[in-house]
Design a protein. Sequence first.
Length: 577
Amino acid sequence: MALRPVKDLLTAAGIPVSGPLEAQARSWRTSRDNGNTETFLAYLGREAGFSEDQTLQKLAPVLGWDYLDLPRNPPQPEAQKRVSTKVAFQYVVFPTRLENGVLQLAVSDPFDAAMMNAVQYEAQCPVEFGLAPRLEVEKALKRFYGVGAETLDGMAEDEAIDLDVTGDREITEGDQDASVIKFVNQIIWEAFKDRATDIHFEPAEDELRIRYRIDGILHQTPMPPQLKRFQAAIISRIKVMSGMNISEKRLPQDGRINVRIKGEELDIRVSTVPTVWGESVSLRLLTRGKIFLTLEKLGYAARDEAALREMIIKPHGIVLVTGPTGSGKSTSLYAFLSTINSVHKRIITIEEPVEYELKGINQIAVRPEIGLTFAMGLRHILRQDPNVVMVGEIRDLETAEIAIRAALTGHLVFSTLHTNDAPSAFTRLIDMGIEPFLVASSVEAVLAQRLVRTICKHCKTEQTVDPAYLRRIGFPEEEIGTARFWKGAGCQECRDLGYQGRMGIYELLVVTETIRPLIMNRSPATTLAARAIDAGMRTLRDDGWNKVKAGQTTIEEVLRVTQTEEHLGALMEDSRG
């Protein structure tokens, strides 16, 4: 790279270069060796106090090139055909249009001579360049070529390995096929980078669909069209990584992968089930460092947090956490345990599986295949002299009976139930076959919860909401005139979704002397809810409205996770209107 012209161009663009350019180049190369992927131009711009976006916008008119806004200008398919996947990913260039025989390419480094020579040779036609930030070019490559497209090209070129879905050959650990390994690693890396909690490989007749669950919402990941050809190899690689039997395709299997990404320990729970078009594989990503949240960080209202702190230090009783799958119940239970964990308390858990390892706590993993169920494990735990017991989930009468017996004999029990709200937990236990007086005597509190997406702090903006709409969805009438509302406009940081991260909304029902008689009389959940609200309980919806007013989430998010039939009707009327 000739440094003098670089300095002259930057100076002409109004970007000062401090110090000898040779020294800057050495510092940049050192940062590249340490994993920094920014271009030399972006490095110089940052040193001068400019973002890459600002640097490129200033430099474009000096070079006589266009500055390209890739998110708002989709490429022409004929342009994409002119540059191979390998060259596009290797040099981070993206073809945008082909007009009058001239191919336009988006690049982030106008000083890369090797890139210019490669694309000139590849395109076999006149080429003009435009500038775009490297991150935007990479996003466009993944979106239009597909994640891992360059790896799949390498797999297709390797004729030594049969990757036909209908073939009998499987990739075994001994094959060490670098392309398959790289592709699976790339999928996991992209999921980790996007903060995904789950990865789903879903086979269909003509495609292998890969979806990430990010902040509770599924997003389909762009994939190359030839991905279906490599379905057997990819699934076999995942099964090898998770210790499964790769020759067994007819039965569901479970496994686990432990990896380290950027210094973080990542536990990946893997599940396979046979479908009509092949095995469907689900990966649950669990980052150990993110589970240890204190009660203060879980977002409880001050009154609820104080009540919970009283509940979790009681010597006996049951504290239940309810909600659907993926509502953060395990996070709450681990926060309870972390809060009370001390050398003076013997805490034992039984879980399926053990999601996170807590120091100082004895954790047991359920293994139904050898007879170690929740009920059997809990029965033996009680012979281990525990002070506190955590049961991953109460699923059946036997487990519920043992948990209640433990609570009545001087143990504090934490567990979960799948119910829609806190009052329904009592009805659920009674429906299992537990006597109402035992439920009333043992359960001390029920915490119902949901997770809502939080507004992206980078693009948060205030919005105006029609008062008539607020009345239809049940927003507190007395606050309609004074409440302020926010939303996310969408930006690069949040993938144009307007949301980044999640937080909990809660409904805490403390069993008081006025509630116990209602439970013993088998009162319906609606009656229990009304009495609890009179005593000061805030519903999930109420807690959600408070977080909306605080600018933490949106009305739509609260409605999404606390929907009722009447509110669905109001929303349908609003959409028709």
